[in-house]
Ligand binder design. Structure first.
Ligand code: HEM
Length: 406
């Protein structure tokens, strides 16, 4: 039985979601907590609990009365931060009203309409490096597609603004940690200006018009302007780094599993299931927080009112009680509930957009880069923070192809 001592740190009594010891021993630590410590303790950032079991994560996700989101999504965030993320950091019923308003624009049917736009963006990016026979997949592709898709298909911003917005979003998500706040400020300022401009224009009947319409707060007042900005920023905070990691995960999987890659080239009916399984194993949200509104017990551990728990979606997605060989990607596995997207009222609103980007990108990768492989001697570089897991570098090679002029 493990004691939780891995890589020089005790992950049962002194977990640190941000730590190198966790990042470098991810699979081993996740297995250890599942085997011996479903609710681990952290002594960093003021202290918090880490919940890893599939059933516990699911039950807490559903029980928003006991577990509030209003104290922030990570330990260092509680307090008076002016820049909030909505609907992530509010509870029902206000949260439900926002979700009902926005849901129609993120439904599978609404999202499907973006398929050809996503394909065009995918091929335009591949055109930029296909003749070279190699690239860093994150820098050349994965970091760019989610922003291009979101800004051009969901927001409808002018094309000439895309490079600025993409660079600001890139800085916010992947820049030096000290530079990220500045990146988000730029994104927030741009979105503020864009919303003001759209308010003066004829409605287009899109997601931005819905945000402008807004909903009522719990006091029956119209949602104030800053709440609308919080919603816009949450879409980017929730949708960019996560999808970047997923697109990098797909490339990493294809580059390191040539037999599965060939099966996927030969049989497109396997694509959607393979993507689901890649989302499970390369779960981009490492963890997100809840705060106890009363004293409560979780898997035998007493949690006191006011304490924060981090729900580890990435660990829950590898719970051996739910998944045989949990660290292995089996492209034919059937996944009834993909806990990597969360559970309950805050379950990911962008899941269908992420899936569609992933399936479309996989189709085009298999068509245009069918022998994608790791560059000789190169290795994937993972990193993570409290909230997201990332691939920061993925040097790949492939037989050079021709541009298609997408
Ligand atoms: C692989 C891709 C993605 C993964 C793994 C992922 C994961 C998650 C998870 C686990 C949650 C639940 C948060 C919680 O319970 O506290 C969530 C919520 C959310 N996601 Fe995603 N996400 C992805 C892509 C996207 C995309 C593409 C968008 C938008 C364009 C998006 C927007 C959001 C928003 C706004 C929320 C908050 C919803 C709420 O609080 O009601 N996500 N996501």
């Amino acid at each position: 039985m493990t004691t939780g001592e891995i890589g020089g740190r005790n992950h049962f009594t002194d977990f640190d979601l941000d730590s190198r010891e966790f990042s470098e021993n991810f699979d081993e630590v996740v297995s250890a907590v599942h085997a011996g410590c479903p609710v681990a303790r952290s002594e960093v950032q003021g202290g918090y609990w880490v919940v890893s079991g599939f059933d516990d994560v699911r039950a807490i996700g559903q029980d928003w009365q006991t577990w509030t989101n209003t104290d922030g999504y990570e330990p260092s965030r509680s307090g008076t931060d002016e820049a909030r993320l909505y609907p992530l950091e509010i509870d029902p019923p206000y949260q439900t009203r926002w979700r009902s308003l926005l849901g129609e624009y993120f439904s599978p049917r609404a999202i499907r309409a973006n398929k050809e736009g996503i394909r065009t963006n995918t091929n335009a990016l591949i055109d930029q490096f296909v003749e070279q026979g190699g690239c860093d997949w994150v820098d050349a592709f994965a970091a760019h597609l989610p922003g291009r898709v979101f800004f051009s298909t969901m927001l409808g911003v002018p094309l000439e603004d895309l490079p600025y917005l993409q660079a600001a979003a890139d800085q916010a998500v992947r820049g030096e940690i000290s530079e990220r706040a500045d990146g988000w400020n730029k994104v927030g300022a741009y979105l503020d200006g864009y919303l003001r401009q759209r308010q003066e224009e004829e409605p287009r009947g899109d997601f931005v018009d819905a945000v402008l319409r807004g909903v009522e707060t719990d006091d029956g007042e119209p949602a104030p302007w800053n709440h609308k900005i919080f919603v816009m920023v949450d879409m980017l905070a929730g949708g960019l780094a996560t999808t970047t990691f997923l697109l990098a995960g797909i490339a990493h999987f294809l580059a390191t599993h040539p037999e599965d890659r060939q099966r996927l080239v030969d049989d497109p009916s396997l694509h959607a299931g393979a993507v689901e399984e890649i989302i499970r194993v390369y779960a981009s949200i490492l963890s997100l927080g809840r705060t106890a509104t009363r004293d409560v017990e979780v898997s035998g551990q007493q949690i006191r009112k006011g304490e924060m728990v981090m729900l580890s979606y990435a660990a829950a997605a590898r719970d051996p009680r739910h998944f045989e060989n949990p660290h292995t990607i089996d492209i034919t596995r059937k996944i009834p509930t993909n806990i990597a997207f969360g559970y309950g009222p805050h379950r990911c609103i962008g899941s269908h957009l992420a899936r569609l980007q992933a399936v479309t990108a996989m189709e085009e990768m298999l068509r245009r880069l069918p022998d994608l492989r790791m560059a000789p001697g190169a290795d994937v570089v993972f990193s993570h923070s409290t909230v997201t897991r990332d691939i920061v570098s993925l040097p790949v090679e492939f037989t050079p192809g021709a541009k298609e002029g997408a």
